[in-house]
Design a protein around this ligand. Structure first.
Ligand code: PRP
Length: 181
């Protein structure tokens, strides 16, 4: 029987390590937003598992919303732009927004999202990313909350995919190069 783990070089970040990271991020957000009620905006699809776990570690009242964007043009360049596939249901004017992302790679997606959402006049807007790939950065972007850095490898699991697969792996794994070559 086929096992998804067979396509990987092994576990990079285990489910236990992820849980500890998510707990810490939830605590940081809860402390910083002690007197606030943030709108937590998850960027589909990759962040769906992270979002579900993170909000359960946040102890202040918050609301949740989802956005789905896709790159168009040449996403590998800094001029790549993002197109809204599904917009927020919430009016974020005057609200404290936290964008919840699974991974910050080139930074193109998040920098465009920040610009788009800032136009809607939120009271504040911050980024919480579970993973950051510093070697991939093509634009200057600093998340307020960051889980951990990851190496410049193709990682899958815990929401992250390759060709829509592997999102259901509970651990973050490095994909074997022959799978995506
Ligand atoms: C991934 C990830 C981020 C983006 C990061 O999404 O979830 O949104 O890429 O890359 P960047 O920093 O280079 O812009 P993807 O487009 O793969 O869609 P998905 O979330 O549906 O997997």
């Amino acid at each position: 029987m086929k096992n998804l783990y067979d396509d990987t070089k092994g576990v990079l970040i285990s489910r236990e390590e992820i849980a500890a990271i998510v707990k810490r991020l939830g605590k940081e957000i809860s402390e910083d937003y002690a007197d606030k009620s943030p709108v937590m905006v998850s960027i589909l699809k990759g962040a769906f598992i992270f979002m579900a776990d993170l909000v359960r570690e946040v102890t202040v009242p918050c609301s949740i919303d989802f956005m789905c964007v896709s790159s168009y043009g040449n996403a590998a360049t800094t001029s790549g732009r993002v197109k809204i596939i599904k917009d927020l249901d919430t009016n974020i004017e005057g609200k404290d927004v936290i964008i919840v992302e699974d991974i910050l790679d080139s930074g193109v997606t998040l920098s465009h999202l920040i610009k788009m959402l800032s136009d809607r006049k939120p009271a504040s807007i911050k980024i919480c990313t579970l993973f950051d790939k510093p070697e991939g950065h093509k634009v200057d972007i600093t998340p307020a909350y960051k889980g951990t850095d990851v190496p410049n490898e193709f990682i899958v699991g815990y929401g992250l995919d390759y060709a829509e697969r592997y999102r259901n792996l509970p651990d973050v794994c490095i994909l074997k190069p022959e799978i995506y070559a």
